[in-house]
Write a protein that binds this ligand. Structure first.
Ligand SMILES: [Mn+2]
Length: 336
């Protein structure tokens, strides 16, 4: 039997996308003839190689396309039977065109509240209530208003349970398997205990953020040093989103990592995307994400220097820009 590969974003909506794709399009090959890879957009071109060779089909789910990743995908298209790319990130816009027009490449890319929602809208698989529920959960994970309390609760728990260790591939596989078996995730012990620990750390981090944040041009800016960014690794995106919601302000979280500075931005409109693009352009870094939730990876510098640069960019990037509104109409929703 021919083997297939599934490469997906290792986050809540990426994992649910993998479940839906396997359930509807690869169930006959599952589990023996499906190799699954979970990754992050910034290292997707490295991790994707783990999917193996001699594959009849490789599908990429919920992974924002960068320049390097597009190059990798275009090379890969020459060596696999079929390549499917399904993504809802606004930042993919700039690179996805390079992949269009090949006979064995199918691209599904457009604005949607989550990657599973996009799959539902475009591929139109026949979904049971359990799957419909998980599509709602994915939407909530990506920042949409919850349709039910249950969806809100599960979205929260899944996000927290993954966040603590975003490199724990065995756990992500566990979630996909549990979904394929149709298990009730709200009573999954593994999920609950991971979420509990993450919640404890998140509370501590939010306290630090509210004590330390500085307000510049109506925007809350917080900086974390190297050791803090290690302790709270994985929770920073969730914390930024939560802090923006709590303070009802645009939020910029700056942190130092090994050899680089990472900036995570959450805003009410498309300002997050514009701030990250401006930072990456000015300082020679990379950026990606959605209109209201984006991040930038910048060259290493001291936190005070980063703070100064961010403050200046925040002052310069206005809340509303007419030209970007048009762009926004084609853009994507929240989360990175
Ligand atoms: Mn995702």
């Amino acid at each position: 039997m021919p083997k297939s590969g599934v490469v997906c974003h290792g986050d809540c909506d990426g994992i649910i996308s993998a479940f839906i794709y396997i359930k509807h399009y690869l169930i006959d090959s599952w589990p023996r003839n499906v190799s699954m890879v979970f990754t992050q957009p910034w290292r997707a071109q490295i991790d994707s190689r783990k999917v193996g060779s001699d594959l009849s089909e490789v599908v990429f789910l919920d992974l924002a396309i960068s320049e390097e990743f597009a190059k990798y995908l275009s090379r890969l298209a020459g060596s696999v039977g079929r390549l499917v790319i399904i993504d809802h990130h606004m930042s993919s816009d700039e690179y996805i065109r390079a992949l269009e027009g090949r006979p064995n490449v199918r691209i599904v890319w457009r604005r949607s509240s989550s990657c599973p929602r996009l799959m539902k809208e475009v591929l139109k698989p026949h979904m049971n209530p359990y799957e419909e529920f998980l599509v709602d959960v994915a939407d909530v994970c990506e920042g949409s208003e919850a349709r039910s309390q249950e969806a809100a609760k599960l979205a929260d728990l899944i996000k927290l349970s993954i966040a603590r260790n975003p490199g724990d591939l065995a756990y992500m596989k566990h979630l996909v398997e549990a979904m394929l078996e149709g298990r009730d995730l709200l009573s999954d012990q593994e999920l609950l205990s991971r979420a509990r620990i993450a919640k404890f750390l998140l509370k501590r981090l939010l306290k630090i953020m509210s004590e330390r944040s500085l307000e510049v041009a109506g925007t809350k800016i917080v900086a974390l040093d190297l050791s803090e960014s290690r302790i709270y690794a994985g929770l920073l995106g969730i914390a930024a989103t939560e802090f923006a919601r709590m303070s009802r302000k645009d939020v910029v979280l700056i942190r130092r990592e090994e050899g680089k500075v990472v900036v995570t931005v959450r805003t009410l409109n498309d300002r997050a995307y514009r701030i990250c693009r401006e930072l990456a352009t000015r300082l020679g870094g990379r950026f990606g994400g959605h209109a209201e939730a984006a991040s930038a990876t910048l060259p290493d510098m001291s936190l005070s220097e980063a703070m100064r640069e961010v403050s200046e960019v925040v002052r310069r990037v206005p809340r509303e820009v007419r030209a970007t509104r048009m762009r926004r109409a084609r853009g994507g929703p929240a989360a990175d």
